[in-house]
Design a protein around this ligand. Sequence first.
Ligand SMILES: [Zn+2]
Length: 340
Amino acid sequence: MKNCLICNKNPADKTGSHIIPHFLLKRIDNEDGSTKRDKEMGFLLSEFHPSSYFGRATKPETLEKVYGEEVTEERIANNKIPLVEDNIFCSDCEKRLGEIESQYSETIKHKCKPNNNYQNLEDSFLAFIFWTSIVWRLSIAQKSGFKLNISDEERLQMILSQFLSIKNYDLDDLKKGGILENITYKALRSIDYSDGKSTVLFCHPDIQNPYFFVIDEFILTFSIEKSISQTGFESIDDEFSNCEINSAFSGEFIRSVEPKIIDGIQEYFYSELSKRYLLNLSKEIDIIHQRLGGRGLLSMSIKEEIAKRIINDDEQPSGVKYTLKHKARIIFEVLKKYGG
Ligand SMILES: [Zn+2]
């Protein structure tokens, strides 16, 4: 058995380790007692696995719609759905992560009107370790689609191995050695956004200074040895410019933002998702066309007709629409019409 990726001492005996703490993930893809279908979807858009959009605890029919194919029990059992992994941590480290998470999760109760900053936690070190652990876990996760650069990843691992369990600490002591210096983050939160709307986990693969995440109703930038610059999302950068810079030593302040800030980033996300969906569809249509003896690529107008018919086929139950079968039937119908 490999060693724990945090302490690098004990065997990584723990199974079912969450990359994103359960208290946040369940808000992203929760389906507990929910009758609103849209609430139970969780997605990850990634650079490395652009087709892996998933909901960890999502109903199979919802997954099917997203994946375009059936998601079987076997697939779930085989842990193909990312963000829960086996044998990456030892039980000790897992327990220490759990303690940090359970303390931090208490702060989710805080309320604050939009366009104000609030102190979320007096214990800045706890908050710092909490977010550091998430950023690092996303980087070591097999299928998050997010990767820190190597020296940053190593540095955060050293911080976690040294400081995860530290309790009665003295901030001046922590400053010695400098390993915690020059790591800063900013956080926005649309409080109670998750109550009425679906949320996403989104790690931007191209933005590295700062690293940029949307996790549930939080938007986070995280910066290592660099001064925080802009994310390039105008509405978000405006809010971040009014936001306090957090570090291991200076309290955790969060800026409360309007729901429209999260709406905006989700719109961008869904538009990327549909672009990629249509791109994949276009490739699939060409493959079928060629297997049926056709030559070259099909014309755009035929592809558009297929896409429109799939999207507008409202007679299909939600669990069938977009599935491989559904897609295949419509592709064949349209190709047949054009003598394919
Ligand atoms: Zn360990």
